[in-house]
Design a protein around this ligand. Structure first.
Ligand SMILES: [Zn+2]
Length: 466
């Protein structure tokens, strides 16, 4: 069996959530009526003068800084010439030769810990129009044409679809933490093209294929796996792998040729003559970077969280910050269930979670009472349900007195339970001590949870003389 070298590279396009488009003042809003947010600039009329959007440049720089990329002192744009109906100018304004971020590192969160992956470059460019296919007809919506786009390119560094998945999850999270994009893959705000190259070990032929039309992480992983197998088979049969662009067919679960690959010289890049080179302003570099997902991930892992648990807890910057404070005050193991299970079960979209119906202090007060045994566990669960589902303020629930039955009052119930469960008592006395928990449960049921289970257990033991 011959061995293979697998090399996978990524090209990610991210729509920036700026107020206006990249080179004109049209609103950056895709959801409006088609072709309403357009003007002569973004529809490529003759004689237009594009003006770069400062907010887009600022956000591009923010991403470059967060990804440890080198930011040049002077920026300029270039024209990439090609004809396609979704780009009426006949060229795209993009970056070539100089990028808003050069090289760079992304910290990828993996079950084995944080790993650093290299980035090739980050380019700032303009989006094309969106096309809708209906039978033989194609409809174009130019609301999308000219929206600022970041193109993030990696070297062919990955060796498996799984690695690619972890990388993309980490990248999306960083962009969400920086608030530069919502990164909704279904809406096309975060799109991934990939290139796959399989060689016999030691050989390095330049025959990579590019894969497009990957609308979800699952599709991406399936397409890469398919492509690795396809190329392996060709090599084993002694055939050549063509350099080409292939489309992923979601229904047939296979890739097929879209076009043979264009070479860079086909695009006749040249500097954009309508936008002179400009210097990076210091104010764009001074904004304080928000804490990134790896900071919280590392903290939670050190507190004892598993990889999966940490991933959930850092879903949104709000949740991560909220949990960080909680885990500073309580041992992780003691309180994790209250967040991971009790609260989060009521939340559908974790990524956009930016508030909870109670304050940090109220929740601390609640956990304090829980960990001290002042509120029995299942009463606590009911309280959380009331807060999350019925919108009853936690503060109010905490104020309403939970009568905890104590001392003699409990002893009456204990006597009843011992009387009613003769068989269990026999078992306990003959050495099966674990059966005590059954009796504790019975007492708790009788007092409707309003007792401290620890105290009940002690009293039962005392009553049974063990
Ligand atoms: Zn416009």
């Amino acid at each position: 069996m011959k061995e293979f070298d697998i090399r996978i590279g990524l090209e990610i396009h991210v729509q920036l959530n700026t107020k206006t488009k990249m080179f004109c003042s049209c609103p950056n809003r895709l959801e409006d009526e088609p072709n309403t947010n357009i003007c002569p600039i973004c529809t490529g009329q003759p004689g237009i003068l594009p003006q770069p959007n400062e907010e887009a440049i600022f956000k591009g720089i923010l991403v470059s800084r967060a990804l440890n990329s080198k930011i040049p002192e002077v920026l300029y744009f270039s024209r990439k010439n090609y004809f396609y109906p979704d780009l009426p100018k006949g060229y795209q304004i993009t970056q070539y030769g100089i990028s808003i971020g050069e090289k760079g590192i992304l910290k990828v969160l993996t079950p084995e810990g944080i790993k650093e992956y290299p980035l090739e470059r980050i380019n700032l460019e303009e989006e094309t129009a969106k096309s809708y296919h209906e039978g033989k007809k194609v409809y174009l919506d130019f609301n999308r044409c000219g929206i600022p786009l970041l193109e993030i390119v990696t070297p062919p560094f990955f060796t498996s679809p799984k690695e690619v998945g972890l990388f993309l999850k980490s990248l999306r999270r960083v962009l969400i933490y920086l608030s530069v994009s919502n990164c909704d893959m279904e809406k096309g705000e975060f799109r991934v093209d990939t290139n796959v190259s399989v060689n016999f070990k030691g050989e390095k032929k330049e025959h990579r294929t590019e894969l497009k039309n990957l609308n979800s992480l699952t599709a991406l992983k399936e397409a890469i796996s398919f492509e690795i197998e396809r190329q392996r088979k060709l090599l084993m049969e002694g055939k050549e792998v063509e350099r080409e662009t292939r489309l992923w067919d979601e229904e047939k679960k296979e890739t097929r040729v879209m076009r043979t690959k264009e070479f860079v010289e086909d695009y006749r890049y040249f500097p954009e003559p309508d936008i002179p080179p400009f210097e990076i302003e210091e104010k764009w570099l001074l904004e304080k970077l928000s804490l990134l997902p790896d900071y919280y991930f590392d903290k939670f892992i050190k507190k004892g969280a598993s990889f999966k648990e940490s991933e959930i807890l850092i879903s949104s910057p709000f949740l991560a910050k909220f949990c960080e404070n909680i885990f500073e005050r309580f041992p992780y193991e003691k309180v994790k269930g209250w967040i991971l299970t009790e609260i989060l079960q009521y939340i559908d979209d974790l990524e956009s979670l930016n508030s909870l119906p109670f304050s940090q202090e109220e929740f601390v007060d609640f956990l304090d009472k829980i960990t001290k045994g002042e509120i029995p566990r299942h009463v606590g669960q009911e309280m959380i349900k009331k807060v999350m589902v019925e919108n009853i303020p936690l503060k109010e629930l905490l104020k309403s007195k939970i009568e905890i039955k104590k001392g003699e009052e409990i002893e009456g119930f204990i006597r009843d339970v011992i009387f009613e469960n003769e068989e269990v008592v026999k078992k306990i006395k003959s050495g099966k001590k674990s059966a005590i928990s059954f009796l504790v449960g019975e007492v708790m049921r009788k007092v409707k949870g309003k007792a401290n289970p620890k105290e009940v257990k002690e009293k039962i033991e005392k009553a049974l003389g063990i």
